[in-house]
Design a protein around this ligand. Structure first.
Ligand SMILES: [Cu+2]
Length: 140
């Protein structure tokens, strides 16, 4: 009984500690919140620890999906790279579901904007603060 109790204590300590250590997205290319004028040809996601990618979707603001091919292997890895089709100007959101080696599933997302590279899509220079604030707060 004493052993059983201490196992419970250790387990709950571990659980509360691991809540802070959950895997998340470390970095990405394009970066979360990026505003691009050239279409990226790759999507790269780097997590803070090796994970299995359970689900990955990418959509524009009209819910049009961009096809992405998940890695077929079942081994955990921290960095993933996906070739992208030719993207048109839109706001894209990438949603993922990952499973860390602790067996916890985590969900998250990141988004970026792709602007037309043409001259007349912006009346103001593309990177002004005014533009970033007005458009980017809308798709957080
Ligand atoms: Cu923008």
């Amino acid at each position: 009984m004493k052993l059983f109790n201490s196992v419970l204590v250790v387990t709950s300590l571990f659980l509360s500690a691991s809540a802070f250590a959950h895997v998340g997205l470390g970095s990405s290319m394009p970066a979360n919140g990026a505003m691009l004028s050239q279409a990226p040809t790759k999507l790269e996601l780097t997590f803070t620890a090796p994970v299995r990618l359970v689900k990955l979707t990418m959509q524009d603001e009209k819910q049009q999906s961009v096809p992405l091919t998940l890695p077929s292997g079942a081994t955990s890895q921290a960095a993933f790279s996906f070739g992208l089709p030719v993207l048109s100007a839109a706001n894209y959101t990438v949603n993922w579901m990952i499973m860390g080696d602790d067996g916890h599933k985590m969900k998250g997302n990141m988004s970026f904007m792709l602007h037309n590279s043409g001259m007349n899509t912006h009346s103001a220079p593309p990177m002004t603060m005014e533009h970033e604030t007005s458009e980017h707060t809308a798709h957080q």
